[in-house]
Design a protein around this ligand. Structure first.
Ligand code: DP6
Length: 349
């Protein structure tokens, strides 16, 4: 027999960024972060996990290519899930698995990303969230989403936020073992569904410095990171939660843009400096800033993760349509910028 589960998990985009760990193995961050989870139809990972007595070792395929499962992060997630696995029975199929049997059973995992892997579009976030969620279903775990988020966190920090839709906060926690470093939902996907997210895929090339090594270097060398984690982010988290609660787009946009810019300033403050954005990214920032100023209040927020791709959040569909038209004018389809639009909610523009 073969037992199988398929799940789909969207990626998330941080509007208050996670950058820096206080524990590299457990993946414990130096500050809280807040993100928006994208529409599940776009930028998502689909993962099928299967278990069978005929499998003789754990195997995984990513985008149809077999990859090694020997990495510590995979092993940590698998171990955490196996430890919590529960009895399972399907009388019709005649399958009975007792808690202790899960240890001996091997899994096959097939995962597929519908967007560029490792190009700064948070593919590891959707990937590990989906892996943990589907394995947890397969092995009949009783844990709630927040408890599962603490397992996904050990695969990739940002993955813990993809266990929920809408607006999500990753609480850094205080416990040395990380038991309280988990994600909670601040508001569901219906709460602020005027917002439209547009992503300009400036480059789908693999980034040169991974988030993992980049943030390690920042923790070791950037004084600005210390100041940011202790003094700046705690205040911004409170303000961002308030802005989300009140649908206050002006504060939301100001905070998201400032936080993205400070994260990239930390990257520049790292030795040697890390450059994630390129000229096109900078042109997009200037353009959005100019537009917002000419309107008298922010219409569009921008944020950039560890890569040059721009994530823009428009205050409503009308603004999103204008933004897309203007961007297409500045960056025509045959230029090196490939514009894609994705929405938060169930509609696409
Ligand atoms: C810039 O979660 O990819 O996207 O925990 O080492 O796997 P690891 O890093 P990762 O870092 C994401 C960094 C970021 C900001 C964010 O998503 O909060």
């Amino acid at each position: 027999w073969v037992l199988m589960v398929t799940a789909q998990t969207p990626t998330n985009i941080a509007v208050i960024k996670y950058w820096g760990k206080r524990d590299e193995t457990l993946i414990l961050p130096v500050n809280d972060s807040i993100s928006v989870t994208l529409d599940p139809d776009h930028l998502c990972t689909t993962t099928t996990v299967a278990v069978s007595p005929s499998f003789d070792h754990d195997r995984m395929w990513l985008n149809a290519k077999e990859i090694s499962l020997s990495g510590g992060r995979f092993q940590n997630c698998l171990r955490e899930i196996r430890n919590r696995a529960c009895d399972f029975e399907d009388k019709q199929k005649g399958i009975k698995i007792e808690k202790k049997d899960w240890e001996k059973l091997h899994v096959h995992i097939a995962s597929y990303n519908n967007f560029p892997t490792a190009a700064g579009l948070a593919s590891s976030a959707a990937g590990f969230a989906c892996l943990v969620f589907s394995l947890a279903k397969l092995m009949n775990l009783r844990e709630d989403q927040s408890q599962l988020s603490a397992i996904a966190r050990q695969g990739s920090g940002s993955a813990c936020r993809s266990l929920f839709g809408g607006f999500v906060k990753w609480i850094m926690g205080k416990d040395e073992k990380g038991s309280d470093s988990l994600a909670v939902q601040l508001a569901d996907e219906e709460h602020w569904n005027d917002l439209v997210i547009i992503i300009a895929v400036v480059s789908s090339r693999q980034k040169e410095t991974s988030s993992t090594s980049g943030m390690r270097e920042s923790v070791e060398t950037s004084l600005l990171l210390q100041h940011r984690a202790k003094e700046v982010v705690p205040k911004r988290i409170v303000q961002m939660e308030e802005a989300i609660k009140n649908h206050d787009f002006s504060s939301f946009a100001q905070l998201a843009c400032a936080d993205s810019n400070q994260f990239h300033a930390v990257c520049l403050d790292t030795s040697p400096p890390i450059f994630y954005m390129n000229d096109t990214s900078h042109r997009i920032i200037s353009y959005v800033e100019k537009w917002n100023r000419s309107e008298g209040s922010p219409q569009v927020a921008y944020t950039f993760d560890a890569g040059p791709n721009a994530v823009m959040i428009a205050r409503n569909r009308k603004v999103a349509t204008q933004l897309l038209q203007r961007l297409l004018f500045f960056f025509p389809p045959n230029s090196d910028t490939d514009l894609n639009s994705y929405v938060l909610g169930d509609k696409s523009i």
